[in-house]
Design a protein around this ligand. Structure first.
Ligand SMILES: Nc1ncnc2c1ncn2[C@@H]1O[C@H](COP(=O)(O)OP(=O)(O)OP(=O)(O)O)[C@@H](O)[C@H]1O
Length: 239
């Protein structure tokens, strides 16, 4: 029994959560158009902590938006957890994003008048979770990010690191398979930023979540499993 469970865990870790082939993203039309991604190939296994780097304007956010089904590629194939994201309707893509992905942004984007707990619970409410499950899931997520003791505080009463922890709790409360984080440490000092990355590492290790984050910070690149660099619209593994 245990052996079988280990086997299925290994299979889960071996399988790809993201498969991108020849992703192209062009903005605008005609002579004013700009092609930011020019054929990105990327395969990300389940249970990995991945950093995406590249100079400003290289297309990191553009790529994160494609992976998060917030935007569609101009050309190319993009599979998430076995589903071909390019062939789905907007509604189906929304459902996959809401149930299987968590998104985290640089600016935390918390509701200022709600406590940390209410911020997390509200998103579960929008996702139609039954009331009892919402409470348990919200408290569990806040516990995981080390914020249970402060969960009834509002964002302005929390430090930047605690606000980002709240945003992470909100992104993991529905137990997603993939977390996408666009410069999640940009507004934090470097020590707090490293704590946040260690939290991502724990989530990857304990729950097999995959995390793809963008960063400019070399210290963070040291900690992740793999760094990919965007250059001239294409991607190269650099660690
Ligand atoms: N909706 C859009 N319409 C037109 N151009 C866009 C659009 N979105 C992004 N771009 C352009 O695509 C390029 C890549 O932008 P993107 O935000 O993906 O870069 P980035 O690597 O995340 O940069 P930074 O590190 O500064 O955040 C930029 O030149 C940007 O102006």
């Amino acid at each position: 029994m245990l052996a079988r469970r280990n086997e299925s865990l290994m299979e889960a870790l071996d399988s790809s959560i993201i498969r991108a082939q020849g992703l192209v993203r062009t903005f605008g039309r005609g002579s004013g158009s700009v092609t930011v991604l020019k054929g990105v190939d990327l395969e990300i296994s389940a249970g990995r902590l991945i950093a995406l780097k590249g100079r400003s304007g290289s297309g990191k956010t553009t790529l994160i938006n494609l992976l998060g089904a917030l935007d569609r590629p101009t050309e190319g194939k993009l599979e998430f957890d076995g589903s071909d994201l390019t062939s789905l309707t907007d509604r189906e893509r929304d459902r996959i994003r809401r149930t299987k992905m968590g998104l985290i942004f640089q600016s935390f984007a918390l509701f200022p008048l709600m406590s940390a707990y209410e911020n997390v619970e509200f998103v579960l409410r929008v996702g139609d979770y039954p009331a009892k499950e919402r409470k348990e899931a919200a408290v569990f997520a806040l516990e995981q990010v080390g914020l249970k003791a402060r969960m009834h505080h509002r964002p302005f009463e929390l430090s930047g690191g605690e606000q980002q922890r709240t945003a992470i709790a909100r992104a993991i409360a529905h137990k997603p398979k993939l977390l996408l984080a666009d410069e999640p440490t940009a507004e934090l000092d470097s020590k707090t930023g490293l704590h946040i990355i260690k939290l991502f590492r724990d989530l990857v290790t304990m729950h097999g979540i995959s995390v793809v984050l963008t960063t400019h910070d070399p210290a963070i690149m040291e900690i992740v499993d793999q760094v990919y660099e965007l250059e001239d619209g294409q991607i190269a593994a650099s660690k």
